[in-house]
Design a binder for this molecule. Structure first.
Ligand code: GAP
Length: 512
Protein backbone atom coordinates (compact mmCIF):
# COMPACT_ATOMS: atom_id res chain seq x y z
CA UNK A 1 0.00 0.00 0.00
CA UNK A 2 2.91 2.31 0.78
CA UNK A 3 4.21 1.44 -2.65
CA UNK A 4 0.87 2.43 -4.21
CA UNK A 5 0.99 5.75 -2.38
CA UNK A 6 4.48 6.49 -3.74
CA UNK A 7 3.38 5.54 -7.24
CA UNK A 8 0.32 7.76 -6.96
CA UNK A 9 2.30 10.82 -5.93
CA UNK A 10 4.76 10.43 -8.79
CA UNK A 11 1.93 9.68 -11.25
CA UNK A 12 0.26 12.94 -10.19
CA UNK A 13 3.39 14.90 -11.05
CA UNK A 14 4.26 13.04 -14.27
CA UNK A 15 0.76 13.18 -15.76
CA UNK A 16 -0.14 16.72 -14.77
CA UNK A 17 -2.49 16.25 -11.80
CA UNK A 18 -0.60 17.82 -8.89
CA UNK A 19 2.67 19.72 -8.47
CA UNK A 20 4.36 20.67 -5.21
CA UNK A 21 3.77 24.38 -4.60
CA UNK A 22 6.62 26.71 -5.66
CA UNK A 23 8.69 23.70 -6.62
CA UNK A 24 11.56 25.75 -8.05
CA UNK A 25 12.20 26.91 -4.47
CA UNK A 26 12.05 23.28 -3.24
CA UNK A 27 8.33 23.46 -2.49
CA UNK A 28 6.34 24.57 0.54
CA UNK A 29 5.44 21.92 3.07
CA UNK A 30 1.85 20.61 2.81
CA UNK A 31 0.90 23.04 0.03
CA UNK A 32 0.20 21.80 -3.50
CA UNK A 33 -0.84 23.17 -6.90
CA UNK A 34 -3.40 21.48 -9.11
CA UNK A 35 -1.98 20.88 -12.60
CA UNK A 36 -3.97 20.92 -15.88
CA UNK A 37 -5.53 17.44 -15.53
CA UNK A 38 -5.86 17.83 -11.76
CA UNK A 39 -7.85 21.02 -12.01
CA UNK A 40 -10.31 19.32 -14.39
CA UNK A 41 -10.77 16.35 -12.07
CA UNK A 42 -11.14 18.62 -9.06
CA UNK A 43 -13.68 20.84 -10.86
CA UNK A 44 -15.66 17.75 -11.85
CA UNK A 45 -15.74 16.56 -8.22
CA UNK A 46 -16.98 20.00 -7.17
CA UNK A 47 -19.61 20.04 -9.93
CA UNK A 48 -20.85 16.61 -8.88
CA UNK A 49 -21.17 17.76 -5.26
CA UNK A 50 -22.77 21.11 -6.15
CA UNK A 51 -25.33 19.61 -8.52
CA UNK A 52 -26.30 16.85 -6.13
CA UNK A 53 -26.69 19.32 -3.27
CA UNK A 54 -28.05 22.49 -4.87
CA UNK A 55 -29.54 21.48 -8.22
CA UNK A 56 -31.18 18.31 -6.88
CA UNK A 57 -32.67 19.91 -3.75
CA UNK A 58 -35.20 22.71 -3.98
CA UNK A 59 -34.52 23.52 -0.34
CA UNK A 60 -30.73 23.91 -0.62
CA UNK A 61 -29.20 27.11 -1.97
CA UNK A 62 -25.60 28.14 -2.61
CA UNK A 63 -23.29 30.77 -1.13
CA UNK A 64 -19.76 32.01 -1.75
CA UNK A 65 -18.65 33.90 1.36
CA UNK A 66 -15.31 35.71 1.66
CA UNK A 67 -12.32 33.97 3.22
CA UNK A 68 -11.72 36.90 5.58
CA UNK A 69 -14.39 37.41 8.20
CA UNK A 70 -14.77 39.74 11.15
CA UNK A 71 -12.36 38.45 13.85
CA UNK A 72 -15.21 38.13 16.35
CA UNK A 73 -16.57 35.33 14.15
CA UNK A 74 -13.79 33.06 15.38
CA UNK A 75 -14.27 34.03 19.00
CA UNK A 76 -17.97 33.15 18.74
CA UNK A 77 -17.34 29.89 16.89
CA UNK A 78 -14.91 28.76 19.59
CA UNK A 79 -11.94 28.52 17.25
CA UNK A 80 -9.86 31.17 19.05
CA UNK A 81 -10.11 29.28 22.34
CA UNK A 82 -10.57 25.66 21.35
CA UNK A 83 -9.24 24.97 17.85
CA UNK A 84 -6.00 23.53 19.15
CA UNK A 85 -3.92 20.43 18.65
CA UNK A 86 -1.60 19.09 21.39
CA UNK A 87 1.95 19.62 20.20
CA UNK A 88 5.10 17.89 21.45
CA UNK A 89 8.71 18.33 20.26
CA UNK A 90 11.47 15.79 20.40
CA UNK A 91 14.50 17.54 21.86
CA UNK A 92 17.02 15.32 20.06
CA UNK A 93 15.55 15.15 16.56
CA UNK A 94 13.96 18.63 16.80
CA UNK A 95 10.91 17.07 15.15
CA UNK A 96 7.41 18.18 16.01
CA UNK A 97 4.49 15.79 16.54
CA UNK A 98 0.86 15.77 17.55
CA UNK A 99 0.82 14.11 20.96
CA UNK A 100 -2.61 12.53 20.36
CA UNK A 101 -1.43 11.06 17.05
CA UNK A 102 1.66 9.52 18.64
CA UNK A 103 -0.64 7.82 21.16
CA UNK A 104 -3.10 6.75 18.47
CA UNK A 105 -0.24 5.21 16.48
CA UNK A 106 0.72 3.30 19.61
CA UNK A 107 -2.89 2.07 19.95
CA UNK A 108 -2.82 1.00 16.26
CA UNK A 109 0.30 -1.04 17.00
CA UNK A 110 -1.47 -2.82 19.86
CA UNK A 111 -4.39 -3.51 17.50
CA UNK A 112 -1.98 -4.91 14.89
CA UNK A 113 -0.46 -7.21 17.54
CA UNK A 114 -3.92 -8.51 18.47
CA UNK A 115 -4.91 -9.08 14.84
CA UNK A 116 -1.65 -10.92 14.15
CA UNK A 117 -2.27 -13.22 17.11
CA UNK A 118 -5.85 -13.90 15.99
CA UNK A 119 -4.80 -14.61 12.38
CA UNK A 120 -2.08 -17.01 13.55
CA UNK A 121 -4.64 -18.93 15.59
CA UNK A 122 -7.15 -18.94 12.73
CA UNK A 123 -4.54 -20.51 10.44
CA UNK A 124 -3.67 -23.08 13.13
CA UNK A 125 -7.21 -24.17 14.09
CA UNK A 126 -8.88 -23.85 10.67
CA UNK A 127 -12.68 -24.30 10.45
CA UNK A 128 -13.07 -25.03 14.17
CA UNK A 129 -11.64 -21.61 15.17
CA UNK A 130 -13.91 -19.63 17.51
CA UNK A 131 -12.64 -16.05 17.27
CA UNK A 132 -14.85 -14.60 20.02
CA UNK A 133 -13.75 -17.26 22.50
CA UNK A 134 -10.10 -16.86 21.52
CA UNK A 135 -10.23 -13.06 21.93
CA UNK A 136 -11.83 -13.48 25.37
CA UNK A 137 -9.40 -16.10 26.68
CA UNK A 138 -5.97 -15.90 25.04
CA UNK A 139 -3.72 -14.25 27.68
CA UNK A 140 -1.64 -12.17 25.22
CA UNK A 141 -4.73 -10.90 23.38
CA UNK A 142 -6.51 -10.10 26.64
CA UNK A 143 -3.46 -8.29 28.00
CA UNK A 144 -3.06 -6.12 24.88
CA UNK A 145 -6.79 -5.42 24.66
CA UNK A 146 -6.91 -4.32 28.30
CA UNK A 147 -3.92 -2.07 27.77
CA UNK A 148 -5.51 -0.66 24.61
CA UNK A 149 -8.82 0.12 26.36
CA UNK A 150 -7.08 1.78 29.31
CA UNK A 151 -4.89 4.00 27.10
CA UNK A 152 -7.82 4.86 24.82
CA UNK A 153 -9.86 5.97 27.84
CA UNK A 154 -7.00 8.05 29.25
CA UNK A 155 -6.50 9.64 25.80
CA UNK A 156 -10.21 10.48 25.37
CA UNK A 157 -10.41 11.94 28.90
CA UNK A 158 -7.23 14.01 28.45
CA UNK A 159 -8.38 15.35 25.09
CA UNK A 160 -11.86 16.20 26.39
CA UNK A 161 -10.53 18.02 29.44
CA UNK A 162 -7.52 19.55 27.64
CA UNK A 163 -5.11 17.90 30.12
CA UNK A 164 -1.72 18.30 28.43
CA UNK A 165 0.25 16.93 31.41
CA UNK A 166 -1.72 13.69 31.21
CA UNK A 167 -0.92 13.36 27.49
CA UNK A 168 2.79 13.68 28.32
CA UNK A 169 2.34 11.06 31.06
CA UNK A 170 0.69 8.62 28.61
CA UNK A 171 3.61 9.09 26.19
CA UNK A 172 6.04 8.31 29.03
CA UNK A 173 4.02 5.39 30.43
CA UNK A 174 3.75 3.78 26.99
CA UNK A 175 7.45 4.46 26.32
CA UNK A 176 6.57 6.04 22.99
CA UNK A 177 9.63 6.97 20.94
CA UNK A 178 10.23 9.42 18.10
CA UNK A 179 9.24 7.31 15.06
CA UNK A 180 12.24 8.62 13.10
CA UNK A 181 15.03 8.39 15.65
CA UNK A 182 13.84 6.24 18.54
CA UNK A 183 14.54 9.05 21.03
CA UNK A 184 12.37 9.45 24.15
CA UNK A 185 13.57 12.95 24.96
CA UNK A 186 10.23 14.83 24.76
CA UNK A 187 9.29 18.40 25.67
CA UNK A 188 6.11 19.17 27.62
CA UNK A 189 2.91 18.86 25.57
CA UNK A 190 1.29 22.23 24.81
CA UNK A 191 -1.75 23.52 22.97
CA UNK A 192 -1.17 24.89 19.49
CA UNK A 193 -3.86 26.95 17.75
CA UNK A 194 -4.30 25.89 14.15
CA UNK A 195 -5.53 29.19 12.73
CA UNK A 196 -3.26 31.26 10.51
CA UNK A 197 -3.50 34.95 11.19
CA UNK A 198 -2.63 38.16 9.42
CA UNK A 199 -3.14 41.86 9.97
CA UNK A 200 -5.46 44.45 8.43
CA UNK A 201 -3.40 47.21 6.79
CA UNK A 202 -5.05 50.16 8.50
CA UNK A 203 -5.54 48.91 12.09
CA UNK A 204 -2.61 48.06 14.36
CA UNK A 205 -2.60 45.51 17.20
CA UNK A 206 -5.22 42.98 18.32
CA UNK A 207 -8.08 45.03 16.81
CA UNK A 208 -6.75 44.51 13.28
CA UNK A 209 -5.94 40.81 13.69
CA UNK A 210 -7.53 38.72 10.93
CA UNK A 211 -7.73 34.94 10.56
CA UNK A 212 -7.70 32.84 7.43
CA UNK A 213 -10.86 30.79 7.87
CA UNK A 214 -10.21 27.27 9.19
CA UNK A 215 -13.63 26.07 7.93
CA UNK A 216 -16.09 27.50 5.40
CA UNK A 217 -19.08 26.83 7.68
CA UNK A 218 -18.92 30.13 9.58
CA UNK A 219 -19.58 32.12 6.38
CA UNK A 220 -22.85 30.20 6.18
CA UNK A 221 -23.81 30.77 9.83
CA UNK A 222 -23.30 34.52 9.76
CA UNK A 223 -25.33 34.75 6.53
CA UNK A 224 -28.08 32.43 7.71
CA UNK A 225 -30.76 35.09 8.09
CA UNK A 226 -29.74 37.01 4.94
CA UNK A 227 -30.09 33.85 2.87
CA UNK A 228 -33.32 32.74 4.53
CA UNK A 229 -34.96 36.11 3.96
CA UNK A 230 -33.80 36.68 0.39
CA UNK A 231 -34.65 33.16 -0.78
CA UNK A 232 -37.81 32.82 1.38
CA UNK A 233 -36.76 29.31 2.41
CA UNK A 234 -38.73 27.54 5.09
CA UNK A 235 -37.15 25.21 7.63
CA UNK A 236 -35.82 22.61 6.97
CA UNK A 237 -33.48 24.13 4.39
CA UNK A 238 -29.78 24.09 3.62
CA UNK A 239 -26.98 26.40 2.48
CA UNK A 240 -24.11 24.90 0.49
CA UNK A 241 -20.67 26.33 -0.09
CA UNK A 242 -17.37 25.31 -1.68
CA UNK A 243 -14.24 27.21 -0.73
CA UNK A 244 -10.74 27.34 0.61
CA UNK A 245 -9.91 26.75 4.27
CA UNK A 246 -6.56 27.06 6.04
CA UNK A 247 -5.07 25.17 8.98
CA UNK A 248 -1.58 25.37 10.35
CA UNK A 249 -1.34 21.58 10.66
CA UNK A 250 1.49 20.38 12.91
CA UNK A 251 2.06 17.14 11.06
CA UNK A 252 1.32 17.25 7.37
CA UNK A 253 3.12 14.41 5.66
CA UNK A 254 0.45 12.64 3.67
CA UNK A 255 0.48 14.46 0.32
CA UNK A 256 -2.90 16.12 -0.25
CA UNK A 257 -4.57 14.24 2.62
CA UNK A 258 -3.52 16.84 5.19
CA UNK A 259 -2.73 20.23 3.74
CA UNK A 260 -2.29 23.70 5.17
CA UNK A 261 -4.43 25.23 2.40
CA UNK A 262 -7.27 23.03 1.21
CA UNK A 263 -10.81 23.15 -0.08
CA UNK A 264 -14.02 22.16 1.65
CA UNK A 265 -17.49 21.39 0.33
CA UNK A 266 -19.85 22.08 3.22
CA UNK A 267 -23.59 22.16 3.66
CA UNK A 268 -25.42 23.43 6.73
CA UNK A 269 -28.95 22.11 7.05
CA UNK A 270 -31.16 24.18 9.38
CA UNK A 271 -33.84 22.20 11.19
CA UNK A 272 -36.35 22.50 14.00
CA UNK A 273 -34.81 21.76 17.44
CA UNK A 274 -35.64 18.18 18.35
CA UNK A 275 -35.64 17.02 14.72
CA UNK A 276 -31.86 17.08 14.34
CA UNK A 277 -31.23 13.38 14.92
CA UNK A 278 -33.68 12.35 12.23
CA UNK A 279 -31.93 14.69 9.73
CA UNK A 280 -28.54 13.51 10.93
CA UNK A 281 -29.52 9.94 9.98
CA UNK A 282 -30.97 11.19 6.68
CA UNK A 283 -27.74 12.96 5.69
CA UNK A 284 -25.58 10.04 6.77
CA UNK A 285 -27.37 7.82 4.29
CA UNK A 286 -27.61 10.44 1.56
CA UNK A 287 -23.91 11.22 1.70
CA UNK A 288 -22.86 7.58 1.67
CA UNK A 289 -25.03 7.04 -1.42
CA UNK A 290 -23.37 10.03 -3.08
CA UNK A 291 -20.02 8.26 -2.74
CA UNK A 292 -21.29 4.86 -3.83
CA UNK A 293 -22.97 6.25 -6.97
CA UNK A 294 -19.49 6.79 -8.44
CA UNK A 295 -19.09 3.02 -8.60
CA UNK A 296 -16.42 2.79 -5.87
CA UNK A 297 -16.78 -0.56 -4.03
CA UNK A 298 -18.77 -0.28 -0.78
CA UNK A 299 -15.94 -2.10 1.02
CA UNK A 300 -13.78 1.03 0.60
CA UNK A 301 -16.07 3.07 2.87
CA UNK A 302 -17.09 2.83 6.48
CA UNK A 303 -18.77 4.97 9.12
CA UNK A 304 -16.75 5.85 12.19
CA UNK A 305 -18.51 7.46 15.16
CA UNK A 306 -16.60 10.18 17.01
CA UNK A 307 -15.75 9.39 20.61
CA UNK A 308 -14.19 12.78 21.07
CA UNK A 309 -16.87 15.30 20.05
CA UNK A 310 -15.85 18.75 18.76
CA UNK A 311 -16.86 21.69 20.94
CA UNK A 312 -19.96 22.35 18.79
CA UNK A 313 -21.39 18.85 18.23
CA UNK A 314 -23.87 16.53 19.99
CA UNK A 315 -23.31 13.73 17.48
CA UNK A 316 -20.68 13.22 14.81
CA UNK A 317 -19.67 10.53 12.39
CA UNK A 318 -16.95 10.28 9.76
CA UNK A 319 -17.25 8.59 6.42
CA UNK A 320 -13.86 6.93 6.25
CA UNK A 321 -12.21 5.83 3.03
CA UNK A 322 -9.67 3.08 2.56
CA UNK A 323 -6.74 5.29 1.48
CA UNK A 324 -3.39 3.68 0.58
CA UNK A 325 -2.37 4.33 4.21
CA UNK A 326 -5.52 2.79 5.72
CA UNK A 327 -9.07 3.85 6.61
CA UNK A 328 -9.11 7.61 7.33
CA UNK A 329 -11.64 10.42 7.48
CA UNK A 330 -12.93 11.62 4.12
CA UNK A 331 -16.10 13.40 5.20
CA UNK A 332 -17.73 14.44 8.46
CA UNK A 333 -21.43 14.60 9.30
CA UNK A 334 -22.05 16.60 12.44
CA UNK A 335 -25.08 17.53 14.46
CA UNK A 336 -23.95 21.00 15.55
CA UNK A 337 -27.00 21.87 17.68
CA UNK A 338 -27.68 25.64 17.86
CA UNK A 339 -24.15 26.26 19.13
CA UNK A 340 -22.92 28.50 16.29
CA UNK A 341 -26.05 30.58 15.66
CA UNK A 342 -26.52 31.09 19.39
CA UNK A 343 -22.96 32.27 19.98
CA UNK A 344 -23.06 34.59 16.96
CA UNK A 345 -26.33 36.01 18.24
CA UNK A 346 -24.81 36.59 21.68
CA UNK A 347 -21.57 38.15 20.49
CA UNK A 348 -23.02 40.29 17.69
CA UNK A 349 -26.14 41.30 19.59
CA UNK A 350 -28.14 40.62 16.36
CA UNK A 351 -31.04 38.18 16.41
CA UNK A 352 -30.40 35.03 14.34
CA UNK A 353 -33.80 33.45 14.76
CA UNK A 354 -36.26 31.86 12.43
CA UNK A 355 -39.91 32.80 12.59
CA UNK A 356 -42.14 29.78 12.17
CA UNK A 357 -45.38 31.15 10.71
CA UNK A 358 -47.38 28.00 11.41
CA UNK A 359 -46.46 27.75 15.09
CA UNK A 360 -46.26 31.55 15.38
CA UNK A 361 -42.95 31.36 17.26
CA UNK A 362 -39.29 32.34 16.94
CA UNK A 363 -36.48 29.90 17.51
CA UNK A 364 -32.80 29.38 16.78
CA UNK A 365 -32.58 26.44 14.39
CA UNK A 366 -30.43 23.39 14.99
CA UNK A 367 -27.90 22.49 12.33
CA UNK A 368 -26.83 19.25 10.70
CA UNK A 369 -23.65 19.69 8.69
CA UNK A 370 -22.06 17.63 5.95
CA UNK A 371 -18.42 18.55 5.36
CA UNK A 372 -16.11 16.93 2.86
CA UNK A 373 -12.58 17.90 1.85
CA UNK A 374 -12.37 18.26 -1.90
CA UNK A 375 -8.68 17.34 -1.91
CA UNK A 376 -9.30 14.18 0.11
CA UNK A 377 -12.06 13.22 -2.31
CA UNK A 378 -9.57 13.78 -5.14
CA UNK A 379 -7.05 11.49 -3.44
CA UNK A 380 -9.73 8.88 -2.75
CA UNK A 381 -10.83 8.86 -6.39
CA UNK A 382 -7.27 8.67 -7.70
CA UNK A 383 -6.21 5.87 -5.40
CA UNK A 384 -9.34 3.89 -6.20
CA UNK A 385 -8.88 4.42 -9.95
CA UNK A 386 -5.16 3.68 -10.22
CA UNK A 387 -4.59 0.33 -11.84
CA UNK A 388 -1.59 -1.42 -13.40
CA UNK A 389 -2.55 -4.16 -15.83
CA UNK A 390 -1.54 -6.38 -18.72
CA UNK A 391 -2.93 -5.49 -22.13
CA UNK A 392 -4.14 -8.64 -23.92
CA UNK A 393 -2.69 -9.35 -27.38
CA UNK A 394 -0.05 -6.62 -27.07
CA UNK A 395 3.71 -6.99 -27.07
CA UNK A 396 6.71 -5.23 -25.51
CA UNK A 397 6.14 -1.81 -24.00
CA UNK A 398 2.51 -1.83 -25.13
CA UNK A 399 1.70 -4.96 -23.12
CA UNK A 400 1.57 -3.09 -19.79
CA UNK A 401 -0.54 -0.12 -18.95
CA UNK A 402 -1.30 2.19 -16.07
CA UNK A 403 -4.92 3.17 -16.29
CA UNK A 404 -7.04 5.49 -14.15
CA UNK A 405 -10.47 3.88 -14.04
CA UNK A 406 -12.23 7.08 -12.99
CA UNK A 407 -15.98 7.35 -13.37
CA UNK A 408 -16.44 8.95 -16.85
CA UNK A 409 -18.41 11.86 -15.37
CA UNK A 410 -15.39 13.01 -13.32
CA UNK A 411 -12.58 12.04 -15.73
CA UNK A 412 -10.58 15.15 -16.71
CA UNK A 413 -10.65 14.59 -20.49
CA UNK A 414 -13.70 12.87 -21.96
CA UNK A 415 -12.44 12.07 -25.44
CA UNK A 416 -9.09 11.97 -27.23
CA UNK A 417 -9.15 12.64 -30.98
CA UNK A 418 -6.29 10.85 -32.72
CA UNK A 419 -5.40 10.90 -36.44
CA UNK A 420 -3.76 7.55 -37.25
CA UNK A 421 -0.76 9.24 -38.89
CA UNK A 422 0.64 12.68 -38.28
CA UNK A 423 2.22 13.12 -41.71
CA UNK A 424 -1.02 12.63 -43.69
CA UNK A 425 -2.65 16.06 -43.97
CA UNK A 426 -6.01 14.58 -45.00
CA UNK A 427 -6.18 12.57 -41.72
CA UNK A 428 -4.98 15.51 -39.63
CA UNK A 429 -7.56 17.86 -41.24
CA UNK A 430 -10.39 15.41 -40.67
CA UNK A 431 -9.35 14.85 -37.04
CA UNK A 432 -9.19 18.62 -36.47
CA UNK A 433 -12.70 19.02 -37.91
CA UNK A 434 -14.06 16.30 -35.59
CA UNK A 435 -12.24 17.85 -32.61
CA UNK A 436 -13.68 21.31 -33.42
CA UNK A 437 -17.18 19.82 -33.50
CA UNK A 438 -16.89 17.81 -30.25
CA UNK A 439 -15.24 20.56 -28.19
CA UNK A 440 -18.59 22.32 -27.78
CA UNK A 441 -19.99 19.35 -25.87
CA UNK A 442 -17.15 18.20 -23.59
CA UNK A 443 -13.43 18.50 -22.97
CA UNK A 444 -11.43 16.76 -25.72
CA UNK A 445 -7.75 16.42 -26.39
CA UNK A 446 -6.18 16.33 -29.86
CA UNK A 447 -3.00 14.24 -30.07
CA UNK A 448 -1.02 13.25 -33.15
CA UNK A 449 2.43 12.65 -31.63
CA UNK A 450 3.94 9.11 -31.47
CA UNK A 451 2.54 5.73 -32.49
CA UNK A 452 -1.13 5.13 -31.78
CA UNK A 453 -0.41 2.57 -29.03
CA UNK A 454 1.63 5.11 -27.10
CA UNK A 455 -1.11 7.70 -27.44
CA UNK A 456 -3.64 5.21 -26.04
CA UNK A 457 -1.31 4.61 -23.06
CA UNK A 458 -1.07 8.35 -22.41
CA UNK A 459 -4.86 8.67 -22.40
CA UNK A 460 -5.24 5.58 -20.16
CA UNK A 461 -2.83 7.16 -17.68
CA UNK A 462 -5.05 10.23 -17.30
CA UNK A 463 -8.30 8.26 -17.31
CA UNK A 464 -9.80 9.37 -20.66
CA UNK A 465 -12.85 7.13 -21.16
CA UNK A 466 -12.85 7.26 -24.97
CA UNK A 467 -10.31 7.53 -27.77
CA UNK A 468 -11.52 8.21 -31.30
CA UNK A 469 -9.14 7.28 -34.14
CA UNK A 470 -9.35 8.73 -37.62
CA UNK A 471 -7.95 6.48 -40.37
CA UNK A 472 -8.16 6.18 -44.15
CA UNK A 473 -11.60 4.53 -44.03
CA UNK A 474 -12.88 7.60 -42.21
CA UNK A 475 -12.20 9.65 -45.35
CA UNK A 476 -14.40 7.45 -47.50
CA UNK A 477 -17.17 6.25 -45.17
CA UNK A 478 -17.39 8.92 -42.41
CA UNK A 479 -16.77 6.37 -39.63
CA UNK A 480 -14.16 6.28 -36.85
CA UNK A 481 -12.88 3.73 -34.36
CA UNK A 482 -13.98 4.40 -30.80
CA UNK A 483 -11.98 2.69 -28.05
CA UNK A 484 -13.33 2.09 -24.56
CA UNK A 485 -10.74 2.72 -21.81
CA UNK A 486 -11.92 -0.10 -19.53
CA UNK A 487 -12.94 -2.91 -21.90
CA UNK A 488 -10.35 -1.94 -24.56
CA UNK A 489 -13.06 -2.80 -27.09
CA UNK A 490 -12.81 -0.94 -30.38
CA UNK A 491 -15.90 -0.31 -32.45
CA UNK A 492 -16.55 1.29 -35.80
CA UNK A 493 -19.16 4.03 -35.48
CA UNK A 494 -20.37 6.93 -37.66
CA UNK A 495 -18.81 10.31 -36.87
CA UNK A 496 -22.32 11.64 -36.30
CA UNK A 497 -22.80 9.19 -33.35
CA UNK A 498 -19.67 10.14 -31.33
CA UNK A 499 -21.20 13.08 -29.51
CA UNK A 500 -24.26 11.17 -28.33
CA UNK A 501 -22.41 8.04 -27.21
CA UNK A 502 -19.96 10.02 -25.09
CA UNK A 503 -22.52 12.50 -23.75
CA UNK A 504 -24.70 9.65 -22.50
CA UNK A 505 -21.78 7.95 -20.78
CA UNK A 506 -20.59 11.10 -18.98
CA UNK A 507 -24.02 12.55 -18.09
CA UNK A 508 -24.40 13.74 -14.49
CA UNK A 509 -27.87 12.29 -14.37
CA UNK A 510 -26.34 8.77 -14.34
CA UNK A 511 -25.13 9.63 -10.85
CA UNK A 512 -28.31 11.05 -9.35
N1 GAP B 1 -16.99 22.45 9.38
C1 GAP B 1 -16.61 21.23 9.96
C2 GAP B 1 -15.22 20.88 9.72
O1 GAP B 1 -14.42 21.66 9.22
P1 GAP B 1 -13.52 18.89 9.90
O2 GAP B 1 -13.77 17.44 10.20
O3 GAP B 1 -12.48 19.59 10.68
O4 GAP B 1 -14.93 19.59 10.07
C3 GAP B 1 -14.09 18.58 7.39
O5 GAP B 1 -13.18 19.02 8.36
C4 GAP B 1 -13.37 17.91 6.25
O6 GAP B 1 -12.37 18.77 5.71
C5 GAP B 1 -12.63 16.65 6.64
O7 GAP B 1 -13.47 15.52 6.63
C6 GAP B 1 -11.56 16.56 5.57
O8 GAP B 1 -12.06 15.92 4.40
C7 GAP B 1 -11.28 18.01 5.25
N2 GAP B 1 -10.05 18.46 5.91
C8 GAP B 1 -9.90 18.86 7.18
N3 GAP B 1 -8.62 19.23 7.43
C9 GAP B 1 -7.95 19.06 6.26
C10 GAP B 1 -6.59 19.26 5.85
N4 GAP B 1 -5.68 19.76 6.69
N5 GAP B 1 -6.25 18.96 4.57
C11 GAP B 1 -7.17 18.48 3.71
N6 GAP B 1 -8.45 18.29 4.04
C12 GAP B 1 -8.85 18.56 5.29
Amino acid sequence: MEDLFKKLTSHCKEYGFIYPSSEIYDGLSAVYDYAPNGVELKNNIKTYWWKSMVQMHQNIVGLDAAIFMHPKTWKASGHVDAFNDPLVDNKDSKKRYRADQLIEDYLDKLEAKISKEVEKARAKFGASFDETLYRATNPRVVENKTKQDQIQKRLTDAMTSGDMAELKKIIEDCEIVDPDTGSRNWTEVRQFNLMFNTQLGNIAGEEGKLYLRPETAQGIFVNFLNVQKTTRQKIPFGIAQIGKAFRNEIVARQFIFRMREFEQMEMQFFVKPGEEMQWYEYWKEKRMNWHLALGTPASKYKFHNHENLAHYANAAVDIQFDFPFGFKELEGIHSRTDFDLKSHQELSGKKLQYFDTEANENFIPYVVETSIGCDRMFLAMLSNAYCEEEVPDAEGEASQRVVLKLHPAIAPIKCAVLPLLKNKPELVDKARTIFDELKFSFLCQYDDKDAIGRRYRRQDAIGTPYCVTIDFDTLSDETVTIRDRDTLKQERIPISAIEQIISEKIAWKNLF
